[in-house]
Design a protein around this ligand. Sequence first.
Ligand SMILES: [Zn+2]
Length: 226
Amino acid sequence: MKTSYNHTHSSGFLFSAASIIFLALLLSCSHKPPQEKGNFESSDLVELVKLDSSFHLDIRYATNNNFTGRPVYTEARAFLQRPAAEALVKVNKELKNYGYGLLIFDAYRPWSVTKLFWDITPRENKKFVANPKKGSRHNRACAVDVSLYELNTGKVAQMTGQYDEMSERSYSNYTGGTEEQCKNRDLLISIMEENGFTVYEYEWWHFDYQGWEKYRIQDIQFSEIK
Ligand SMILES: [Zn+2]
């Protein structure tokens, strides 16, 4: 009986020591962006409003009004790699012919924020967030979340669903919604896609810029961007 007790006790101890080491390894790996090998373009982050002051900003992640319920950015600013930023200026100019301007929800996003989104999102909604093991195209400053505002009223244009809504209304090919909502969404998608962006199939507001794979994942804060 005593031998058996000792055996159980020592294997229990070994088991918990191993778990602690494993957990420590897991934590130390998963709190750092993935290390990517190869050649990358050097980063040239541009603040969008400095290229075009008619972009409207609604940086939800700097407010409580986002799916995490609290601010995850300390500054309401938006940056992209220069070629993507310049393409977005073209989109904004073209939209003026239709009476709209671009409303920006998010652009460059530090990797640690992507990690936080992944950790707090339940399994069934993971398609709406990027896996931090691969990083997000937002982390490469080559993805942007946008909508439209009306030039004559300044009001946000109606879309099929809300920003960051985790439902099928967010799908870029969702067929429900009013005629106006679908027309606005399709206008946004067509002008973005003419200018080198590709919509994400599960989110009408999310667009990746061509050549995103040439840029590294970054984890610098907005305040550190020169
Ligand atoms: Zn996005």
